[in-house]
Design a protein around this ligand. Sequence first.
Ligand code: ADP
Ligand code: MG
Length: 644
Amino acid sequence: MSSVIRLLPDHVANQIAAGEVVQRPASVVKELLENAVDAGATAIKLVIKDAGKTLIQVIDNGKGMNEIDARMCFERHATSKISIAEDLFQLQTKGFRGEALASIAAIAHVELKSKEHTAELGTHVVIEGSKIISQEIAVVPSGTSFSVKNLFFNIPARRNFLKSDQVELRHVIDEFERVALAHPAIQFTCINNGSELFNVPASNIRQRIVNVFGTKTNEKLVPVQETTEIVEIHGFVAKPEFAKKSRGEQFFFVNDRFIKSGYLHHAVTAAFEGLLKDGTHPSYFLYLTLPPNSIDINIHPTKTEIKFDDEQALYAILRATIKHSLGQFNVAPVLDFQKDSDLDVPYSYEGTKSVEPTVEVDAFYNPFESMKASNTMAQQIGAGFNPFESVKPKPSGTSFSGTNSFQDKKQHRSGGWETLYEGISDAKELILTSANHQIDEEVITGSLFDEETPQAANHQQTYQFQKKYIISPIKSGMIIIDQRKAHQRILYEHYVHALAVKQNASQQLLFPLSLYYTAYELELLRNIEPQLVQMGFLFEELTNEKIVILGIPVSITESEVSIVLEDLLNDLQDDVPSDHSVLNDRIAKSLALSLAIKTGTYLTEKEQEHIVNSLFGCTDPQTSPFGKTTFITMKVEDIDKKFM
Ligand code: ADP
Ligand code: MG
């Protein structure tokens, strides 16, 4: 048989490589900006049109290229930045793979103009789809300008895959911000469709952050500084009161390179423990300097994740440093998140002049008569939803419990409209006292549910509404829980925990369960096998076409297994995070999503109660793992106001 193996032509190889390096306009922006930084530029200008889909141009005043390099730079594995493998461990530059320009030139129309500072004349290269169209001597400024037009012109599928200009622009800006923040000493400009988005002068880190994120940022920043043998940390964290609902301004730079690390992120969050409102995320801009040989940035082509030699020590130092900064800058003591600031003004009615109600009275009509007779609705509601349950009766007789006090009063007074009016004004007063009391109590007990109330034990404490929400009374009013989102939170925390502890219980299946998958899916499953085993899965085999399952986690039923695994494969199919904490988080989220009770599911009282109790046993009950609100509170004062 004749041999069948051939070397791929360069332009094909380049296009394949491009698939990895260039996902979207933002990838090109990142590569070109980093090349300009590596070239020693002090001013870099980014010009884009249509979020980079039509044009991405990067102009720098760096060292430039001579005629030969200007051609060579488009060759694959052509780089001036490393020459021997050992250089990889002493990297001082952003680039080192020598594949960015080759990849970009394979899938776009590229024009390069470059001149070395000492040279009289520069060079102008045009290259399209890996083919050099022309190279000429040209009169150009010192430095380099790359124009990348019509990205993916020869791969329509990729071009169609691009998102809206808005989304792509967001990605471009993300990359721009990362490079700009990493290099405050360089001046950066960014222009989109003719309008200037950024123009940040050379400055220090603090000014750079403020220039990128706006003047208001300045007051939020708390400096962080620490030097140890293994790492030097400097930068800023935002004061806890400025924590954001959405994760946004969270930046790690390691040796001036933006990186992502779930593990280090966790260290920062841990330092903020107890200082953040539920569901908010701290902002941070942290610059870590480590010996280049103690990190490995070579694990991902887009190079945002890196490996550290001593991750654990780094974690501890980072957490301690930030804790120290927050303490030193007196951030911790001035905050009191236990107290809801709304409560500082206990009752908005207070101080405003009361409007005398005008009552048209039928002197013979006695509303309390009928209430008494028919075991009123108010009473029924009072049983389950008594908003003042927590207010212990005061000796002075100011106890106010639903409608009962009206009835009491009625028994002591004679009828007539004055009585009715008196009752109302009394009631107002009582509400005021009660509300004040409640605040005191809440501060003291700090418990959401008033479990001690004797009647509470005997009555239904939860109510399912529209097969969607669970309503439950609390001391200060009531909460409405979204059953699905709440259950997601509960399951998420359960699985995060399950993935963190060593061994979890497994239920043996009576008959082994065989599931069939594609080779790629099995590859994915093998990648996460340790996590699955840890959660309680027991595999007999993981061959090239099927898995045989002998045991499953106790929290999952046999019929749910295939759904759970399928969802998990779907969620991980684009990438399996190499960082374990990120991976665990993704798995827990995926399981939470697949297993959470659906909206529209009827829940028994027990199930409702279980959800409520489990939710408030969570560390972060406020939001679902996907950042959605799990419950809302309706304060009794607010309900009262509706009846004013
Ligand atoms: P890498 O950055 O990994 O070396 P690239 O494909 O991005 O690979 O660039 C190839 C080479 O082209 C670089 O090593 C550098 O020598 C040269 N180069 C790229 N951009 C510039 C620039 N803006 N100024 C000067 N030289 C550049
Ligand atoms: Mg490069």
